[in-house]
Each structure stands twice: as structure tokens, then as C-alpha cells.
Design a protein around this ligand. Structure first.
Ligand SMILES: [Zn+2]
Length: 411
């Protein structure tokens, strides 16, 4: 067969299989027909060979009959599809009616039934969306206010952001967007460093620089020192086991977090000490004015004293007047105002869901903030965010997301 078209290699490779079949049935109609086809225009143009489709005009004995029966079959199929669509639409109407009745019964309930409320409103909006214009058919969890849209957050995002709670119950996932950089080469001259390696998240470091500049300007001291900040898992393991060795496990547990559960893994925590011009090391334990200034002013720069003496029963860490944690300005301000430790604040924020009252704040510098909580719903969560204002979304490292909106300056 190849000899018949020695110059048409492309065609040959395209039709090798068919050609083989024809060789097995040299006498059947298709074979003869295909042989005929190999010489016609359609075939040369590389179209797949099909006995019926490539039949030259008039070769098919009963074309009109076949077309008519096909049309009839199409009409029947169309009617069946139409009937199914009508039945589905009827079913959807019933679902809408049922869902509306259900949500009407539940919307008066308190936050305890929040998950139930979300489920019922979800089925309502999905059903209703079928009768609305296409732009509103995106999956919705709650009714959105006019100047809000959804931002899709993943399960991993629950463990990222400046408000993550890392403590004895909530490990750090080490899956982070923070940019860890050394203080060395990135700090100002208002403070000192233990060594060139001590590092922190870049954004938290910006605020640390501002805090230290204010500290020096307002106290006159320039010998405060960053003793420890970002720690890898290995570094925490080393510190923990050396404390256990020196003081026993009971003591170590009170001051040093179990590896994986230390806030120092986040790159948002700093331990301060003092290193005087006379090369003398001092801890905050020896001083009153250094720790006092930080506890009274840290919130102006988004930092909180993470382990206060009156919260030991909650934090499970002994009083540490040297350990500061970056959480961001409005949050540090509100925690200071309410005397909340981070555990208490993360709990309290669950009282401000998107579809309830938001936490509205005006901080000590007149900046207005709006804060609310959105519970995580599994693999992805649609988090409502404003379209007309600056905002941030942070996971809480437990069960949801905290949205912080900048509402401008109070007049
Ligand atoms: Zn610390």
C-alpha cells in the first residue's frame, strides 16, 4: 500500500492503523472504499479517514432517511432536557421556600448557633442566586454589605498573620509569609544587638526601630539590647534542653516554651536585656524604669508585653517583663485598654462576627479601626473584606480570621 503513495509520508503515519485493518479485510466494502478514498482530495488534506463521512456525494444510499431520524432523535432529546430543566426549577423553588422558612426561624438566635445560621443562609443564597443575574452566583456564606467582597482564604492561612496565637495549646506551623531578616544592617542606633545573627520579621522590625527611637528620646537610655528574637526549631530545642539540664523540667517549662510552641518561632517576639557602656550585662529583673516604659508605651508601636504577672494562669508562662510581641497597633492598644493578654483577646474577638457588631475603635492617636472575626470553614473560607478601605486579614492560629479595617482619622 505504501507504494501507492510513496511521497505522502505524513498521511501514511496518520493512517497506519486503519491501513493495517484494511489489509486484514482486503475484500470488504470499507477497504475498497478507503482505497478509493486515498486518491481523493479529502484524504490528501490529512482528514481522518471514515468510510461514511468522507463518502463522495451520492455514495450513501439513504441519506435523507438518516437525517430525518436524527432530527427526530434530537427533538426528543431536547424535549427530555426541557422537561428535566422545568422539574429542577420547580424543585429549586421548593428549596428556596423551605430555606427561607428555616432561616427566618434561626436568625434571632445568639452567636452560639452561628454555625447553624451560616449553613442555613448558605443554602438560601445559593438557591436564590439561580434567579439572580450571573454576577451574584459566586458561592456565598453570608449576605454581604454593599462595599464588601469576598477574599478566599485557605486552611493554611489560619496559621499566618500578625495575630496568630502561639502558646502551649497552639503550635506554630512553620508555614509562614513573614520575612525574617537580621537586625544587623536594618536597625537604627537607638539600641544594641547581642550578635549579628539576631533576626525578626521585617515589618515587626520597622515598628521595633520606631519604638526604640522613642524609647531613647523619652528615657535618654541607649543601652537596651535585643537579646533574642527569631528562633528556629533547632535553636528552641537547644535552649529548652539546656534549661532542663540546668534547672530541671518543672522550671524550664515555666520560662521556656516546648519546641514548636514558642512565640519566638514566629519572628514577632523579642527578649530585651541591657548592655551598659561599661560592658555590663543586666537583665530587666534588675531594673524598673526600662520594663515600665515598654509596658506603658509598647502599644503605641503595636507591641504587647506578652506574659504579664496577672495572666500566668492563662498563658502558662511565668511573668516575663522582657518579652514583647508584635501584634499591630489597634490590637495592642485595645489589649492594653482592656488588660487582655493575647489568649483573652483572641477569645473576645469571636464576639464580633462579620454579620454582628464589629469592634469599632478610636486609638490614642485618633485613628479609627474596625475589627471583626470570621470562623474558618474547612479547606477554604470566604472572608468578607471592604472594597473601599485599607484592611488586613490575619489568621488566629486556632479557628478563624481577623479582619482589621482602617477607617481613617477621627475629626
Ligand atoms: Zn521570650
Amino acid at each position: 500500500m505504501n507504494n501507492r503513495n510513496p511521497n505522502n509520508n505524513a498521511r501514511r503515519s496518520n493512517n497506519q492503523q486503519r491501513t493495517g485493518q484494511n489489509q486484514n479485510n482486503p475484500n470488504n466494502q470499507y477497504s475498497r472504499y478507503n482505497q478509493h478514498n486515498q486518491n481523493n482530495q479529502y484524504y490528501r488534506s490529512g482528514q481522518p479517514s471514515n468510510g461514511y463521512r468522507q463518502n463522495p456525494a451520492g455514495y450513501d444510499p439513504y441519506p435523507p432517511v438518516r437525517h430525518r431520524s436524527r432530527r427526530k432523535a434530537r427533538q426528543t432529546a431536547f424535549l427530555v432536557v426541557l422537561t428535566v430543566i422545568i422539574m429542577v426549577m420547580l424543585l429549586v423553588s421548593v428549596v428556596i421556600f423551605a430555606a427561607r422558612c428555616a432561616s427566618g426561624q434561626f436568625t434571632d438566635n445568639e452567636t452560639d448557633t452561628a454555625s447553624g445560621l451560616i449553613t442555613s443562609s448558605q443554602s438560601t443564597t445559593e438557591a436564590v442566586s439561580d434567579t439572580q443575574p450571573p454576577e451574584t452566583t459566586a458561592p456565598e456564606t453570608t449576605a454581604l454589605a454593599a462595599n464588601f467582597e469576598y477574599q478566599t482564604m485557605t486552611e493554611a492561612d489560619v496559621h499566618k498573620g500578625y495575630l496568630i496565637l502561639v502558646n502551649y495549646q497552639n503550635a506554630f506551623t512553620f508555614d509562614t509569609d513573614f520575612v525574617i531578616q537580621p537586625f544587623y544592617g536594618n536597625r537604627n542606633n537607638s539600641y544594641k544587638l547581642r550578635d549579628t545573627l539576631v533576626s525578626l520579621d521585617a515589618y515587626a522590625m520597622d515598628w521595633c526601630n520606631q519604638m526604640m527611637a522613642a524609647f531613647e528620646a523619652e528615657t535618654g537610655y541607649h543601652d537596651i539590647l535585643v537579646n533574642s528574637a527569631y528562633r528556629t526549631l533547632e535553636e528552641q530545642e537547644e535552649i529548652y534542653s539546656s534549661r532542663v539540664e540546668d534547672y530541671g523540667e518543672e522550671y524550664a517549662k515555666n520560662y521556656v516554651a516546648v519546641p514548636g510552641y514558642s512565640e519566638h518561632h514566629t519572628g514577632l517576639a523579642i527578649d530585651f536585656t541591657i548592655y551598659t557602656d561599661d560592658n555590663e550585662s543586666k537583665t530587666f529583673d534588675d531594673m524598673t524604669d526600662y520594663p515600665l516604659w515598654l509596658s506603658e508605651n509598647g502599644h503605641r508601636f503595636g507591641y504587647i508585653q506578652r506574659y504579664p504577672g496577672d495572666k500566668v494562669d492563662i498563658t502558662k508562662i511565668s511573668y516575663e517583663n522582657w518579652h514583647y510581641r508584635y501584634v499591630g497597633k489597634p490590637h495592642a492598644y485595645y489589649m492594653k485598654l482592656q488588660n487582655f493578654c493575647l489568649e483573652e483577646y483572641i477569645d473576645d474577638l469571636r464576639n464580633y462576627p462579620y454579620d454582628g457588631h464589629h469592634l469599632m475603635l478610636t486609638d490614642d492617636e485618633g485613628a479609627m479601626w474596625e475589627i471583626y472575626f470570621v470562623a474558618a470553614e474547612g479547606e477554604t473560607t470566604e472572608v468578607p473584606v471592604p472594597t473601599d478601605r485599607e484592611y488586613t486579614v490575619s489568621g488566629n492560629n486556632v479557628d478563624g480570621f481577623i479582619v482589621t479595617i482602617e477607617n481613617g482619622q477621627a475629626s
